[in-house]
Write a protein that binds this ligand. Structure first.
Ligand code: UDP
Length: 195
């Protein structure tokens, strides 16, 4: 089965390797791509919030099962998913890919000290990345203003760590505007990556 429905959220039934191949194909042709890595909290939140559910099922291009709870639920429903595919693993792999290919990366989210630590880490360990934006997630502007700012930076990859559903709301705006980038919400990944 290509898709597996867990409480109304349509997960892509692909291995980590399959996601990697598809993402590389889309990055190569600058195809606008919005990836949601959905854990049980996201699935439950979407069931309480119809607008969030629409973002997941109509705006997102891919939904990966981020969390053992999703894998277990799919098994119980009799429609198993291939494997757990976490936001953190995809994020670290995409950062390596960005460094190998000198891609343009925009980071938004987490506390100012965390984003500064990531900037330093990129300068030392991922120095071929073109960091075209690094903003913390405690801004006052509306998401529309932030989306415009991201579009003007012409990124290849956008990672948003604002917590859900805010990070997905921001990326859905960019996806609707067909920003030719791969965009992914990464929750607490910046905090881990910065350490
Ligand atoms: N965050 C942010 N702005 C906010 C609230 C949260 O940038 O207004 C960041 C927070 O610093 C953390 C990330 O969002 O780096 C994920 O937050 P949280 O762990 O609460 O969300 P979850 O991963 O559980 O969705």
């Amino acid at each position: 089965m290509d898709k597996v429905d867990v409480l109304g959220v349509d997960f892509d039934n692909k291995s980590f390797h399959q996601f990697q191949n598809e993402f590389i194909g889309r990055i190569n042709v600058h195809q606008s791509t919005f990836v949601v890595t959905a854990n049980p909290e996201i699935v439950l939140a979407a069931n309480e919030n119809p607008e969030f559910m629409k973002i997941l099922n109509y705006d997102a291009d891919y939904i990966t099962p981020d969390g053992i709870g999703i894998i277990k639920a799919a098994n119980i429903l009799g429609t198993p998913l291939k494997e757990r595919v976490t936001g953190y693993d995809l994020f670290t792999w995409l950062m390596k890919l960005a460094n190998d290919r000198s891609l343009r990366v925009y980071l938004i989210g987490a506390k100012p000290n965390v984003i500064h630590a990531i900037q330093a880490k990129i300068a030392h360990e991922y120095s071929d990345i073109q960091l075209v934006g690094a903003e913390d997630g405690y801004f006052k502007e509306d998401l529309e203003v932030i989306a415009y700012q991201i579009e003007r930076a012409e990124p290849d990859l956008v990672f948003a760590a604002l917590g859900s559903p805010r990070q997905e709301q921001l990326l859905a705006l960019l996806r609707r505007n067909l920003l030719p980038a791969l965009m992914m919400g990464v929750g607490g990944s910046f905090d881990v990556f910065s350490g």
